[in-house]
Design a protein around this ligand. Structure first.
Ligand SMILES: NC(=O)c1ccc[n+]([C@@H]2O[C@H](COP(=O)([O-])OP(=O)(O)OC[C@H]3O[C@@H](n4cnc5c(N)ncnc54)[C@H](OP(=O)(O)O)[C@@H]3O)[C@@H](O)[C@H]2O)c1
Length: 251
């Protein structure tokens, strides 16, 4: 049974992946949807004209990795596509506000993504694809979202690393680096209305991001940055002095 496993499928960009997937990967027969909220997952499953299994798991928790490992062992899926989309980002300096928020970004964006990938890879056939949702925040450190931008630098570097490791198995890995999108993320992260940079930057359309990311995965592209504006920003971030970039990209 060819399966797509999508984390963070209950909202925002994750839901757009669900809408874009059937036409991009028509041979996928079953969808495995993961996030914390079962009801939202069941609602999201209605978007997909194929069989869905929902797994309400908190990917910051070690016990969730044990559960996922057991489900994989039980159902023995052939994971043609893995989309690691669950993620969170909170505005605020390190050393201020609640510790739990800083740690949550590390636990979900780094630990959760790493664990799900590690568990899924043994079930992936040749021709499989991994899509990891990173961010333009991975291009250089963003003060006031330092942990978030560092976590997304990890996601991009991790994706490039596994892409190299998995070449011998015919599996591709793509890091997707969108700019801001108008989803729950910017509300729950305390960003909306509290960041001049977010107010100024052009927003990406999540539907276009999802569609473009799946096309990039099929091409085996290692990094996909939507829109010309953010492609240009990526090049500038590579060439400009780090100090200058950090000043310009302070959240
Ligand atoms: N929006 C932006 O401006 C922006 C820009 C660049 C990159 N991104 C990245 O895009 C990805 C999707 O974000 P989004 O904008 O669609 O945000 P969103 O609407 O807040 O969606 C986040 C998803 O992650 C799930 N999630 C949150 N905590 C979780 C946990 N502990 N365990 C499992 N799942 C969890 C949420 O579901 P539950 O609440 O049901 O768990 C939800 O499905 C993230 O990786 C984010 O970093 C976002």
């Amino acid at each position: 049974m060819k399966v797509a496993l999508i984390t963070g499928a209950s909202a925002g960009l994750g839901k757009e992946f669900l809408k874009a997937l059937p036409s991009a990967f028509p041979d996928i027969e079953e969808y495995w949807l993961i996030s914390r909220n079962r009801d939202k997952l069941l609602e999201a499953a209605r978007l997909v004209p194929k069989q869905c299994r929902v797994f309400p798991l908190d990917l910051t928790k070690d016990e969730s990795y044990d559960k996922l490992s057991r489900y994989l062992g039980e159902f023995q899926p052939e994971i043609s596509l893995l989309v690691n989309n669950s993620g969170c980002g909170f505005l605020g300096d390190v050393g201020e506000g609640e510790l739990s928020r800083q740690v949550q970004m590390v636990d979900l964006n780094l630990k959760g993504l790493t664990a799900v990938t590690h568990l899924a890879i043994p079930y992936m056939p040749a021709g499989g694809h991994i899509v990891n949702i990173s961010s333009i925040a991975s291009f250089c450190p963003n003060a006031r979202m330092t942990v978030y931008s560092a976590s997304k630098s990890y996601v991009t570097a991790f994706t490039l690393g596994i892409g190299e490791e998995l070449k011998k198995r015919g599996i591709t890995a793509t890091a997707v680096c969108p700019g801001p999108m108008d989803t729950d993320f910017i509300v729950s992260g305390g960003i909306k209305g509290h960041s001049k940079t977010f107010d100024l930057l052009p927003y990406c359309d999540p539907a276009k991001v999802a569609k473009g990311a799946l096309e990039a995965a099929k091409r085996g592209q290692s990094v996909y940055t939507p829109t010309l504006f953010y492609k240009f920003y990526r090049v500038v971030a590579k060439l400009a002095p780090a100090k200058l970039m950090m000043k310009a990209s302070k959240t």
